[in-house]
Design a protein around this ligand. Structure first.
Ligand SMILES: [Zn+2]
Length: 125
């Protein structure tokens, strides 16, 4: 039954890659935040010279995109944290429904998966 669990070294590799993904996402998040801060600064100065209606419109669009991206990064970071917790708890990479190991490819894509592809598909039906 040893093939039902991940070895310590395999888990260490997953952990390292999840931490890396999380760090990249945190960097992206702070870049987006910097950009929106700039937009907000520009926005407040624009309102004094309110002749740039078109610019204000595209700024607004860019702000919405930035918020959307921040939301996405934020969710991603939470997922990575969840995956790290699962490693600590020993529930990482094992299907909570049938108990088999979740495929490596799937875990690399979705590290916080708690179900194997089969069970996930079945739960959709
Ligand atoms: Zn399963």
């Amino acid at each position: 039954m040893s093939n039902k669990t991940w070895t310590k070294s395999e888990l260490e590799k997953f952990k390292a890659s999840i931490i890396k993904k999380k760090e990249t996402a945190l960097e992206d998040l702070s870049k987006i935040k910097d950009r929106t801060d700039n937009l907000i600064d520009q926005g407040s100065s624009n309102s004094i010279y309110s002749s740039h209606m078109a610019d204000a419109g595209s700024d607004h669009q860019e702000m919405e995109n930035a918020y959307y991206m921040m939301q996405r990064e934020d969710t991603f970071i939470k997922h990575m944290e969840k995956a790290l917790n699962m490693i600590e708890e020993g529930t990482f990479g094992v299907c909570s429904s049938c108990g088999v190991k979740i495929s490596k490819a799937r875990l690399e894509e979705v590290p916080h998966s708690s179900k194997c592809v089969d069970c996930k598909e079945r739960s959709k039906l």
